[in-house]
Design a protein around this ligand. Structure first.
Ligand SMILES: C[S@@+](CC[C@H](N)C(=O)[O-])C[C@H]1O[C@@H](n2cnc3c(N)ncnc32)[C@H](O)[C@@H]1O
Length: 253
C-alpha cells in the first residue's frame, strides 16, 4: 500500500513545525513539491530547508512539479478553482504513478494547516474516488496563519462567548454580525475598506511568523490607509504578499 502524509508546516516560521510533523517528515521516502513560479520560490525554499535540516533519519528524494495555474474566474470563481483542482489532481496522480512505489510514503508539505483554504485533501479524496490510485493518507495539523496572526498580536480570536467567522476577502460582509469577530484571508483587494466608518478595530499582519513579518493594529478608520500603503510597498519589494486580518468592534477589542 502507498501512503501519503499531508503535513501542515505552519505559516512561515520553521519553528511552527510540531513534533508530530517532525516525526512525519522522517517517515517520508519522497517529498512532492509544487512549483508556483519564481515569485513564490521563497515558500518552497522553506519547505526544502525543513526537509534538509529535519528529515535526517532516512534517505529521501524530492520530486518537483509545476503547479497548474488558475484560469480567469470568468463567471464563476468556484468553477475556476474546481478546474484548477482537476488539473492539480492530474499532476498528483502522475507523481504518485511515476514516483511512489508500493510500500513507500510520500510527503506533501502544506502551508499553515491542511484544513484551511487548501485543496490537498479534496484532491486526494478525488484521486481515491477515481480508483486510479490506491493509497492511505494521514493528516498532520499545522499552525495556520490565523493562529500565527493572533499570537503575533497577542490577541484572542473570539470575544468572550462570541463566535469567529473566517472568510476570503471577496466574501467579507458589509457589516459584522453582532457578537462576531471576523478573520479575513485571501484578500487581494483590501476588502476591509468597505467596513470603514463602523467603529471597528483591525489586527493586520503580512508574512506573519516569518522574518519579514509586518504587523499593524488600530481603529480601522485610523490605520486603513497605512495598511494599504505598507501592504503595497511590501508586495512590490517581495513580488507577492500573504496577509490576514482580524476585525471586531472597538468596544469589544
Ligand atoms: C491558500 S491560503 C492557505 C492558508 C493556510 N492553509 C493556513 O492554514 O494558514 C493562503 C492565505 O493564507 C494567509 N496566509 C498564509 N500564510 C500567511 C502568513 N505567513 N501571514 C499572513 N497571512 C498568511 C493569507 O491570507 C493567504 O492569502
Amino acid at each position: 500500500m502507498k501512503t501519503v502524509l499531508v503535513i501542515g508546516i505552519g505559516a512561515g516560521n520553521p519553528d511552527h513545525l510540531t513534533l508530530q510533523a517532525l516525526k512525519a517528515l522522517n517517515r517520508v521516502d519522497v517529498f512532492f513539491l509544487f512549483d508556483k513560479g519564481p515569485a513564490k520560490h521563497g515558500l518552497n525554499d522553506l519547505r526544502r530547508d525543513l526537509c534538509t535540516r529535519l528529515a535526517t533519519e532516512r534517505p529521501w528524494r524530492l520530486v518537483q512539479a509545476d503547479n497548474p495555474e488558475r484560469g480567469p474566474d470568468g463567471d464563476s470563481y468556484t468553477g475556476a478553482v474546481a478546474q484548477l483542482n482537476e488539473d492539480k489532481q492530474q499532476v498528483l496522480e502522475r507523481l504518485m504513478d511515476q514516483h511512489l512505489a508500493d510500500g513507500e510514503c510520500a510527503g506533501i508539505l502544506v502551508w499553515g494547516d491542511p484544513s484551511l483554504y487548501d485543496s490537498t485533501l479534496r484532491i486526494l479524496q478525488a484521486i481515491l474516488a477515481s480508483g486510479r490510485q490506491v493509497f492511505e493518507y494521514q493528516v498532520i495539523p499545522g499552525i495556520s496563519a490565523v493562529q500565527a496572526l493572533a499570537a503575533s498580536h497577542k490577541v484572542t480570536l473570539n470575544d468572550i462567548g462570541g463566535s469567529v467567522r473566517i472568510s476570503p476577502g471577496r466574501q467579507l460582509p458589509t457589516q459584522l454580525a453582532p457578537g462576531e469577530s471576523q478573520v479575513v484571508m485571501l484578500d487581494a483587494h483590501q476588502a476591509f475598506e468597505r467596513l470603514r466608518g463602523q467603529g471597528l478595530f483591525i489586527w493586520w499582519g503580512a508574512y506573519v511568523g516569518s522574518v519579514d513579518e509586518v504587523l499593524i493594529a488600530g481603529p480601522l478608520d485610523e490605520v486603513a490607509d497605512e495598511i494599504i500603503r505598507v501592504r503595497e510597498q511590501a508586495r512590490m519589494r517581495h513580488g507577492w504578499i500573504m496577509d490576514t486580518y482580524l476585525l471586531r468592534p472597538i468596544s469589544r477589542r
